[in-house]
Every structure is written in C-alpha cells, then in structure tokens.
Design a binder for this molecule. Structure first.
Ligand code: NI
Length: 174
C-alpha cells in the first residue's frame, strides 16, 4: 500500500464531476487500499478519489467501525429529517463549517470485489457518506456550510467525533 498526495482547494480536480468506474479490477482494489492508507495517515474518516487526484467514483470511510469501500456510490434515499453539525475536509484544511445533512440515508454501489452493495446509515456515518459523494460531483462542504470559520481548539477533532460533530477534519476530515 502507498500513501497518496492529497489535493487541496483550489485544485480544479476537486471541482470536476468524477467518472463512473466501468470495471472493478486489481488497479481499483489497490487504489481503494491506498486511499484508506492515505485517509488513516491524515486522521480522516472519509476520502474520495478526486481528493487524491483521480477523477473516478470511489470513496472510502472509517468512522471507527472498520473500513468501508464503495465503488460508484449512489445515495438512493435521503431522509427528510436533517441535522446541522460541524464538518471539515482534508482538501480544505484549517476551517470547519456547519452543514445540514440527512439523518438517514441509503447507499447503493459496488464493493471492492465488484459485487452490488446496499448500506443503510444514520447520524455521523450518513453525514460522512453525503460529504464523500458530494466530492464525486465536485461539491465541497464549504459550498453548503454556514459560518465557515478557522478551527479552534474546542473543535479539535477527536472530541468532536465523540459528539458526532465534524468530519473529514484535520484529525477528523473527509
Ligand atoms: Ni472532504
């Protein structure tokens, strides 16, 4: 496995709509593993392929319950009930902001073996999925956030995660 370079705003790749993956092969599997390694090395909870310079529809997440890899993820259900919480992003270092996200979602896509996958998520994991899928469409949390502000000590990552707050922030960023 290898650690990849993270792209930062205003890198144009972060604004591009990523292409679907046509075949889940060894290259894609290796890329998913490298994305996970990169995410862990940055203390993130999620990462999308455009964030490492690859415009393909691939995301990885781990909010502490083990790694999740999804190829061509689609949010096929977004619950009406929404929650406002603080997010950050590995590609937009140094700031956080409050974003409304659906509390419950359904994700469909393919797993790392190319098999179809269906996942229900709620709360912080649902938020992380919405943040990562946005990346695949060139959308960043700062586009949706109110009150984008510099990270303060109180918002230091680890604690926030316990409260179900931020995301892909410095220590907990996606
Ligand atoms: Ni992000």
């Amino acid at each position: 496995m290898a650690t990849l370079d993270i792209k930062f705003l205003p890198d144009p790749i972060l604004r591009r709509k990523a292409r679907p993956v046509s075949r889940v092969d060894a290259r894609i599997q290796r890329l998913l593993d490298d994305m996970l390694e990169t995410m862990y090395a940055s203390n993130g909870v999620g990462l999308a392929a455009p964030q490492v310079g690859i415009s393909q529809r691939l995301i990885v997440l781990d909010i502490g319950d083990g790694p999740i890899r999804v190829v061509n993820p689609r949010l096929t259900f977004l619950g009406d009930e929404e929650e406002l919480a603080t997010e950050g992003c590995l590609s937009v270092p140094g700031v956080v902001g409050d974003v409304w996200r659906s509390l419950r979602i359904l994700v469909r896509g393919l797993d790392e073996n190319g098999r179809s996958l269906k996942l229900q998520a709620e709360g912080f994991l649902a938020r992380a999925f919405q943040h990562e899928v946005d990346h695949l469409d060139g959308v960043l949390f700062v586009d949706k956030a109110s009150d984008v502000r510099p990270i303060t000590t109180e918002e230091a990552p680890e604690e926030d995660l316990e409260e179900g707050a931020p995301l892909d922030q410095t220590a907990r960023s996606a």
